[in-house]
Design a protein around this ligand. Structure first.
Ligand code: NAP
Length: 280
């Protein structure tokens, strides 16, 4: 029951109608019997500043931040935690004496992959060079990946991210387009992560960038799309005998990391998974 003592958390973005986060977080609050509630707020770009300062005035404890506000919101925060500062984007805010920004997207993806294999010293290809690619590439290198290759349709964007990663982390990073170079790089790659929207609902029959004959049995393929749970890319991976990870893992683990930031408690992964199964 919502009372005068209930603590409010939520999500700001535009659109937010299809978000699954309330199911996860409210299930977590129920599990720990915490007097918290999580609700989505649709916030237009031109109202972002008012939304952040308004949330502080209203005593909101924490917010997730999604498209299109992840970068812009930084202007209105007092301080950034190291990951968010490196990545240059925020997906979680905690309101206290200061308004502090965090980024749990990359942490979520890496935790999902490490259920199967440690990323330390592994060669990783990341398809795409947008916001999600940036968060994951930084985090996977911070976690000790041996080499990351950014593969992107617009090669300039791949070069930009490569330069950024090398400047900030002094890491081994390559950049390729989506042609023959990518095929060659795949031959000795351990982990392939798709961060492009190819194959996402409603375009579920869109041809994946990588097909089974380009994959090998030792490969681990993580598609960060979670609708559908098995994308065309993951079907191809299964055909090649490779191991697969659905985008639900990243979604769940980034949520668990946000929940920890707000409440100091870590919900069991099964609690978030069960909540998702009910809606997916
Ligand atoms: P973004 O910043 O817009 O980046 C999209 C990337 O995909 C760009 O590099 C773009 O290449 C590439 N791309 C788009 N359409 C393509 C096509 N037809 N062929 C080849 N490349 C294409 O988006 P984002 O924020 O990184 O999000 C990307 C995806 O990740 C979305 O599907 C989102 O739902 C998903 N996501 C999942 C989670 C999770 O928790 N599981 C979290 C965040 C995001 P160009 O540079 O050439 O345009």
């Amino acid at each position: 029951m919502i009372t005068g003592k209930t603590k409010l958390t939520g999500l700001i973005g535009d659109p937010v109608e299809h978000t699954l986060s309330p199911h996860m977080h409210n299930a977590g609050f129920k599990y720990f019997n915490l007097d918290y509630v999580y609700t989505p707020f649709q916030v237009k770009k031109e109202h972002l500043q008012e939304a952040i300062y308004g949330a502080r005035s209203l005593g909101i404890k924490g917010l997730n931040v999604t498209i299109p506000h992840k970068i812009e919101v930084i202007k209105y925060l007092d301080v950034l935690e190291d990951n968010a500062e490196l990545i240059g984007a925020v997906n979680t805010i905690k309101f206290g004496d200061e308004i502090k920004g965090y980024n749990t997207d990359g942490l979520g993806a890496v935790r999902g992959i490490e259920e199967l294999i440690p990323v330390k010293n592994k060669k990783v290809i990341v398809l795409g060079a947008g916001g999600a690619s940036r968060a994951i590439s930084f985090q996977i290198l911070l976690r000790g990946a041996g080499k990351v290759i950014i593969a992107n349709r617009t090669i300039e964007k791949a070069y930009n991210l490569q330069k950024n990663l090398i400047n900030r982390l002094d890491a081994e990073v390559g950049a390729v387009g989506l042609g023959e170079d990518l095929k060659e790089e795949l031959e000795d790659t351990d982990i392939l992560i798709n961060t492009t929207p190819i194959g996402m609902y409603p375009n579920i029959n869109q041809k994946p960038l990588i097909t089974s004959e380009m994959m090998h049995e030792g490969l681990i393929v993580n598609d960060i799309i979670y609708n559908p749970l098995e994308t065309g890319l993951l079907r191809e991976a299964r055909l090649a005998g490779a191991q697969t990870i659905s985008g639900l893992k990243m979604l769940i683990y980034q949520g668990i990391e946000s929940f920890k930031i707000w409440t100091g408690r870590e919900p069991p992964v099964e609690v978030f998974e069960e909540a998702m199964k009910e809606v997916l």
